[in-house]
Write a protein of this length. Sequence first.
Length: 371
Amino acid sequence: MSPLAGTALRIRVLVTLCRPAVAVLFALYAALGLAQAGQAERPLLLARCLVPVVAFLLCSVCVNDLSDQAVDRVNLAGDSSRPLVTGVAGARDLVVTAVTAGAVALAAAFLLGPRPGLVMAAALALSAGYSLRPVRFADRGAVAALVLPACYVALPYLLALTATGHGIGPRDLLMLAGLYAGFVGRIVLKDFRDVRGDALFGKRTFLVRHGRRATCLFSACFWSVGCGVILLATPSRTPVLIASYALCLGVVLLILRTLAGDVGHREEEALITGVAAIGRGLLTLQLTHLAVGQAGWSAPASSAAVGALTLLALAQAYVMVRNGPRTNLTLASLPPHAPEALPADLADPTAPALPADLADPAAPALPADPA
């Protein structure tokens, strides 16, 4: 391979490890932090905040991929977003990338100020505890769903908020609590995609331990609380904003009710992606509401912008639910609830059995080597 081709490959791997969709989510939370501080119109400061945030994301992804390599080979075999599983990158590459990205994240955060630096230090420690033993929150069911949002939501939001020099008040914490609860309601649904490998390797996620109905109820409760708390924390609430939240929440609850029933793997993917589309849409319209208010827009213009974004989010959710997401998974057509026996050196004798509402007795056995 030529040096130019090798450099291009490394850049592609770095972009893949940054998880572009997740990076956009981090950027939205950082922008909300600035908007909450009354400084939505500072794009240069947002760019400075995104440097440590994206570096943190890259570090966390590398650490998580290294610790979950075995289970990812079952859940995500052939997924181009997992270079360690596909063999595009080696373990040493990810270790070097994680250490470098972590150092960049910490240094760039402290350049924003002492408080952003301390927020980053705490987030890096929590991220390591999420993936690495002996702590490894990722294996602890509902605890994992409660810890992960502290990295996904609290880090970008608080880092941007403190980077402005803005003091953290009760309304800021109330907004964070709403964003946090809403994200918990979304992230717990991720386990549907990974339930097959999680069960094989004894990863005691909420879904593996309690089943689909309890998981959907858990998600619905956090979605409802999150939407309500965000509205309480939002200044100058308009009837259109309240109606938008109510409409989006109603659609999410309908989707979760469907997901709690007897649906196949492809239907699960489509429904969960629809929920994610509404979640991103709500973040965007919340940011828009705060930003246009600070920019001095009239009430009719602000309401029109919020209404248009709501319709766009619902339209995207409809397309996702109807057509399903695009996927790079080679296992997309395989039944996810019929885990095959593992070799003795990989099997976990303490692994919990799948709940009855996740089991698929009619599913054919999977091949011994899913890769």
